[in-house]
Structure formats: structure tokens, C-alpha cells
Ligand binder design. Sequence first.
Ligand code: GLU
Length: 426
Amino acid sequence: MTKSPSKHVEKLEIEFNNLFLSTQMIIKEALKKLGYGKEVFELLKEPIRMITVRIPIRMDSGGIRVFTGYRSQHNDAVGPTKGGVRFHPEVNEEEVKALSIWMSLKCGITDLPYGGGKGGIVCDPRNMSLAELERLSRGYVRAISQVVGPTKDIPAPDVYTNSQIMAWMMDEYSRLREFDSPGFITGKPIVLGGSQGRETATARGVTICIEQALKKKGMSLKGAKIIVQGFGNAGSFLSKFMHEAGAKVIGISDAYGALYDPEGLDINYLLDRRDSFGTVTNLFDNVITNQQLLEKECDILVPAAISNQITLENVHRIQASIIVEAANGPTTLEATKILDEKGVLLVPDILASAGGVTVSYFEWVQNNQGYYWSEEEVEEKLRKVMVNSFENIYQTAQTHKVDMRLSAYMIGIKKSAEASQFRGWI
Ligand code: GLU
């Protein structure tokens, strides 16, 4: 039976649903648990720098359109800031700020020598030509070039941006600086200094988290029933890896609907037919909604699409015993508490999706050294980082009797707090 939440709780949840406010709330709690004073929260609750830029672009039609872009740098006490750039119609200042804080947390959890950064452009790449996207990518780099660079702030792919966009951005930056600067950006094509294993890194990281979570639950991956919401970079590669490992992928979805088959889906066919934005359900008639998919019976649920998917409204109907958050913010804070009480093992987004930035770090190290590693080397190093990070968060949750999300925030924010103190900032 679904419990109907009281008005008060509903109101609270609306506040929690605001990514920025909820991020600040958990950071406050995490710092308090770690014993830090108020001034540390005052510094870390907002990015140290946030710039908004206007980018005029000549469209194919001949007219000019002016786009809005952002770059947020949360804290650079640990090292240069690092994080992706998303191209999406719903990009906004608050979201970019929250996501830059999350990058600090991800880098803290995985112990990378970075603080967090994030960027975005308000646009819909699905309705733009390649030539327009190239002009926009280059225009963005010209607009933010003063505050970014291989030792300042290093961008990367994110929602609806890919290795081609990274290549244009790297080329623009190198032209501006008049020297080749592969370390300016990560997620590049291999031929331009990209790393082996970067494209699949987020999905590999999620896979490792699933394996660790199954171990804790005494379950096996072979035959485990898994639902993956979202068929973009993370969701599609993850479905492939799960299928190859012998798990039964019984549900997948895209922005338009979901496919479900308790006997297991034909993943190779779906991978073959998806378009570059991850759309595939348009080819089928028997489509259910994303919300229906989340509530189906399964062992492992991986929300790999958008935020606020598991809320007070549907949390009581979720049947999975393991939830691994490959997307940013798919579960609200209130829903997290309920899942924790029910004994569901929830691997939080800032841990589960940290494989991408980890291999981005490897890419940057390789660029700085001019010496490149094999795919096996990258994967082995990624595995070590993810297993250690998972274990650290799991143990801290047990020791402090907190849920996995708060534990991840405690570990994630600690480095920025410590480094800011050592530098004498607070
Ligand atoms: N956009 C990815 C993330 O949010 C990757 C960031 C990076 O590689 O720097 O984690």
C-alpha cells in the first residue's frame, strides 16, 4: 500500500528536490558529523567562482542566436577544478552550481587531486546541425578561456556532449594559447590524446559498484534481474556489461518510454538500434512509462537518466533490493531515508558515477606525461579506485550509523575542507 505523505512532508520534499538546496543541506550535516566549524560550511556551501557567458553564434539559416553558458568552480584548494560541460535546454545556474559541488565530492571520494567544476550551455543539441554545434563549442571556450586550463579547470563530457565536442573545444583552446594543450580537456577521441577506456568508464564504475553491492548482500550477478532506466552513455554500456556478465536485463528506457520483459531483453539488438542520443523505444509498440518501469520487480535498479525519479510518491512501490544511482540525483533525500529503513542497499550517485572522472584523471595524467596506457592498465586502476571508494563509504556508513549517501558526502567533502584549512583560508 502507498502511504500518502502529509502536506508538511510534501513541502519538505519539494525543497529537497531542489538540487542545490539539498546538496547544501547534506554538506552541512556531513561537516557537522566530521566536527568542522560553521566557517567551513560558509566557504563550501557555494562555488568560489561562477561565470555566466553570452555566446553569439551564426546559425545555418544565416541569422545569429545568442546562447547562455555557465562555468562553476566549487573549490580549488585540493587542485585544479574538474568536471563536465552539458548541453541541454534545461541547464540553469543553480543546477550547474550544485553539480560543481558534486564534482568536488566525487573527486574527494575517489581521492583525485582536484576540486569540482561544472559547465553548461542552454541549448538543444538534438535540434542543431554539427556545424552549429562546432561553432557553439568553440564560442564557449573563447568565452571562458580566462578561467580554464590544464592547471586551472579541466572540462569533460556530460549530458549530450561527446568526444567530438571535446575535440573542437581542445582545438579552440590550443589555437588561443598557440600551443597544443591536450590536458585542457578530457574525454577526447583517442587520436587526440584521449584515454583508452574513457568512453565506457562511467558504466564500468557502475558495474564495479553493482558487484560490490551484490557481495554485501550475498547475491550473485549471474541471473540477477536488473532494470536500467536511461539508455545514454552510462545506461547503454552498463546494459551491455550486465548482459555479458550473465545478468538478466529485464527493463531499459529512454526519454520517451520503457521496454520491459521479465524473460530478459535482446540487449545486442537494442544497442544496435539506439540513436546517438540513446533513443530506441520509438521502434516498439509495447512501450510502458518510465515510472511503471521503476516499480517492476527486480533485484537491481539502476536509475541512469534524470533527477528526482524515486520520490515519496513512488518509493513504497520500489521492489529492488539494490539501487545503484548512475544518474545525478535520481532519489530524493526523503525517499533515501525510507529505502535505508527498508534495508535497500543504495549506492549514491556521487560514488556510482565516479568512474567517468576517475578515468578523466588518468587521461589528464597521460597527457601531462605524454605516455599512454593500455586499456587493461586503465581498467585495473579504475577497479582499484572504485573498490576502495565503495569499501570506504560502506565502512564509514556502518561506523557512524549513517546511510550510504551521508557517508559518501562525509568522505567527499573532507579533502576540500582539510585542504582549505591547510592553505589558511578558513
Ligand atoms: N561529466 C562527468 C561527471 O559528471 C565526468 C566529469 C569528468 O570526467 O571530469 O562525473
